[in-house]
Design a protein around this ligand. Structure first.
Ligand code: PHE
Length: 345
């Protein structure tokens, strides 16, 4: 075939095929087919060898013309394709602001958090400061300084997770009492919330739970101050009509020690399932700080007296919200937690 006809043929083929291009990918394919190395136009240059000497300048010019014509054509096409693809993307990524949105359901406070905040609120209102001690404690702070030396039978009241013979996961926030009294001299009025650990697990016990500890030390503090403060606490947490009563008990670090009951907020004393027919519900342990504990912390027990109390946060949450299994508080089941939506902190 004559070179001129070949050029004409390629020109037509390009014009025809370029029309059909719809994507950048096929654009590149077609462009290489004609303009790439080993492409059709390159092939023409190679074929120059067979062209007689005198026709070569003319032939070369014609092929060059074809090549630059094709290059310009492809450039134009590329611009067009890019513009089209961009327009398409803009169209497909368009946001319809009138479409209804995806709902995100707001969560609820965990009952534990609710109670903790309510307690902190009540006691902060009475002038307590917050102190948070470490969860990994020494045997000394958790037991010995609380008048519970190594051979003391009261150690059996709590099944302890030991890390080493001297380090443990604190079994009670009472450990913080010592840290506070070692560092601060009376007047002391501290509330200490925190997690504690005991090797114990059933419907009303969990190996990890939360306590709220209170400590007040000053001149002239008596058990009456404790009782008055507890009355206020019970009214704020369980309701205006609630009364408290103290029963004798035992803790190594308080003397005398008491168990504190609140009048049943379900039956108001008549006797029901919640209070097991007694009209009273046990809510916390407390007492007057033992002289030995005060003097161990460098506080003169002849001048100062104090009271301490400690309550289980989960126990209060279970009582207040009628939760019968403590596992519910730790399972993280959304269906359970949803019930507390909108509950006031
Ligand atoms: N730490 C005691 C317990 O965990 C509670 C308590 C605290 C008792 C403070 C008296 C005073 O059982």
């Amino acid at each position: 075939m004559e070179l001129k006809d070949r050029i004409k043929e390629i020109r037509e083929k390009i014009s025809e095929e370029i029309e059909k291009i719809t994507s950048h990918k096929s654009f590149l394919e077609i462009k290489t087919k004609f303009l790439g190395r080993g492409g059709e136009i390159q092939g023409l240059f190679k074929g120059m060898r067979e062209v007689p000497q005198e026709e070569r300048p003319e032939a070369g010019k014609n092929i060059n013309d074809l090549s630059s014509w094709a290059a310009a054509l492809f450039d134009k096409k590329e611009e067009k394709i890019k513009a089209e693809e961009l327009a398409e993307r803009i169209e497909s990524e368009k946001i319809d602001v009138t479409m209804p949105g995806k709902r995100t359901e707001p969560g609820s406070y965990h009952p534990d958090t609710l109670i903790k905040r309510q307690l902190v609120d009540v006691f902060a209102g009475m002038g307590f400061e917050i102190y948070e001690g470490p969860e990994i404690e020494t045997d000394y702070y958790n037991f010995t300084a609380l008048n519970t030396p190594k051979d003391h039978p009261a150690r059996d009241m709590q099944d302890t997770f030991y890390i080493t013979p001297e380090l443990l996961l604190r079994t009670q926030t009472s450990a913080g009492q010592i840290r506070v009294m070692e560092n601060k001299k009376p007047p002391i009025k501290i509330l200490s919330p925190g997690k504690v650990y005991r090797s114990d697990s059933d419907a009303t016990h969990s190996p990890m739970f939360s306590q709220m500890e209170g400590l007040v030390v000053d001149e002239g503090i008596t058990l009456c101050d404790l009782k008055g403060m507890l009355d206020e606490f019970a009214r704020k947490i369980f309701g205006e009509k609630i009364k408290t009563r103290l029963r004798p008990s035992y803790f190594p670090f308080t003397e005398p020690s008491v168990e504190v009951d609140v009048s049943c907020f379900s039956c108001h004393g008549a006797g029901c399932r919640l209070c097991k027919g007694t009209g009273w519900i046990e809510v916390l342990g407390a007492g007057m700080v033992n002289r030995r504990v005060l003097s161990g912390c460098g506080i003169d027990p002849d001048r100062y007296t104090g009271f301490a109390f400690g309550m289980g946060v989960e126990r209060i949450a279970m009582l207040k919200y009628g939760i019968t299994n403590m596992k519910n508080l730790f399972d993280g089941d959304v269906k359970f937690l949803r019930q507390f939506k909108g509950t006031e902190v």
